[in-house]
Design a protein around this ligand. Structure first.
Ligand code: DI6
Ligand code: FE
Length: 415
């Protein structure tokens, strides 16, 4: 007879990321158990409520491996057609991201390739990128649309994102980012495009259950605060939470605008002012920092990290995986960059890729190792949690579990 747990893992070192007074919420000489994909025990091995064989159907040893919650990449654009290697070349030769965008390249070149790809092909192009994240310890991914920019192609992107979740057995949260760029057929008619988005695209995505949230690119090369406000008001009508690409290239007051709508997160934030930080703190909006884009664009203006810390704004770290400004296939590398470029501590970076990332997605059921949370976790080949930020690249994953199931086959089966 056992008390009904599916698996009991002994000899663990747990970085729970809960708050138990220890750095990383660590518990050594620990045990972890789960049932039906949900954690049922987290704690010291000697506190187990009985002999292991009475507790679980299966008992295994982690051989003292460090275990963290599954990493959460809370900002990606990983569904897209083609790539932008040519643009990388142009930027290396001196062209700026804004110049390329204004000349019809940039996001619009990915829009062309994404529209050209049928759903099957778009899925086949995107799946390996999700696998790469998973292989590096990510068990929940947010995926934005925004390279379709019309009804048919935005919904196609969101369906592909949902299919990636089913295919890999990991969590995917979808975000409608139809307000990413102005599609060529609306040239010179930005407000008409926003009308179309609000009247057709957003309602269809909501009705079909394809969008978990709504995002916009509020920027001088994209949409104004006023246009963003209209999109957010429509999202609110449909009960969808919002997020915002805010203050990446200039300060248009994006952080404060996001806060005004109770956004889950405001993302990028290089140019965010003190007033924007205060508004985020009051609204409980998470700051999502994206060091991959900062690095790839050779940005020098740092997001206001000290002000965010001082105001108590939770900080999340994500890859921003996209073909233009952040072709970054490792969340762990983003964590390393958060330390090196943004002067965050390894613990802040790890909290940023777990508990705070969950919050940026409005997910209360994951991000820490605690009873009742999803059994999403990673066994690592490391000596201490900070090693996840210290090593640059390399494969540190021993195994990845999503809802209690080992993902090793999904990782190996690279297409
Ligand atoms: N900000 C970003 O970092 C990405 N989108 C955005 O609004 C870049 C997207 C791209 O260049 O394809
Ligand atoms: Fe982005």
């Amino acid at each position: 007879m056992n008390s009904g747990w599916d698996v009991l893992l002994l000899d663990c070192r747990l970085a729970t990321l809960g708050r138990n007074g220890e750095p990383h919420g660590a518990i050594e000489r620990a045990a972890l158990a789960w049932k039906d994909g949900v954690i049922t025990y987290v704690g010291a091995q000697h506190d187990l409520p009985g002999p292991p064989e009475r507790l679980a159907a299966r008992i295994e040893s982690a051989d003292s491996a460090w275990i963290t919650p599954g990493l959460i990449d809370c900002h990606t654009h990983l569904v897209f057609g083609g790539d932008r290697a040519d643009e990388f070349d142009r930027r290396l030769n001196g062209a700026s991201y804004e110049e390329i965008a204004r000349a019809g390249g940039g996001i619009l070149s990915s829009v062309r390739a994404t529209r050209e790809a049928n759903e099957e092909n778009l899925f086949a192009q995107s799946l390996p990128r999700a696998r790469a994240l998973l292989a590096d310890g990510v068990t929940t991914i947010e995926i934005k649309s925004g390279y379709g920019l019309d009804l048919e192609n935005e919904l196609k992107m969101l369906r592909v994102a949902r299919r990636i979740s089913r295919e890999l057995g990991i969590g995917v949260r979808t975000t409608l980012l139809a307000a990413h760029a102005l599609p060529p057929e609306f040239n010179g008619r930005t407000d008409d495009y926003i009308d179309h988005l609000c009247a057709d695209v957003l309602p269809a995505a909501a009705r079909e259950g394809l969008a978990d949230a709504v995002d916009a690119f509020c920027e001088r090369i994209a949409f104004t605060p006023e246009q963003t406000r209209r999109v957010f008001a429509k999202a609110r009508e449909f009960g969808l939470p919002v997020k915002l690409h805010a203050d990446q290239l200039s300060d248009l007051g994006g952080a404060a605008l996001a806060a005004e709508f109770g956004a889950l997160s405001a993302d990028h934030l290089e140019w965010t002012s003190d007033a924007g930080v205060r508004a985020m703190a009051t609204a409980g909006t998470v700051a999502v920092l994206l060091p991959g884009a900062f690095y790839a664009l050779r940005e020098t203006k740092l997001p206001p990290i000290d002000a965010l810390r001082a105001a108590g704004v939770p900080i999340a770290i994500a890859t921003d995986l996209n073909p233009g400004t952040s072709p970054l296939l490792s969340l762990r590398l983003a964590m390393n960059m958060a330390c090196t470029l943004f002067h965050m501590t390894p613990e802040e970076a790890l909290r940023g890729a777990t508990v705070n990332a969950a919050r940026a997605l409005g997910l209360a059921d994951r991000g820490t190792l605690e009873v009742g949370k999803r059994a999403d976790f990673v066994l690592w080949n490391i000596e201490r949690p900070a090693d996840l930020c210290y090593w640059i690249g390399g494969g540190l994953v021993r195994s990845v579990f999503a809802q209690g199931r080992a993902q090793d086959a999904a990782i190996r089966n690279r297409s």
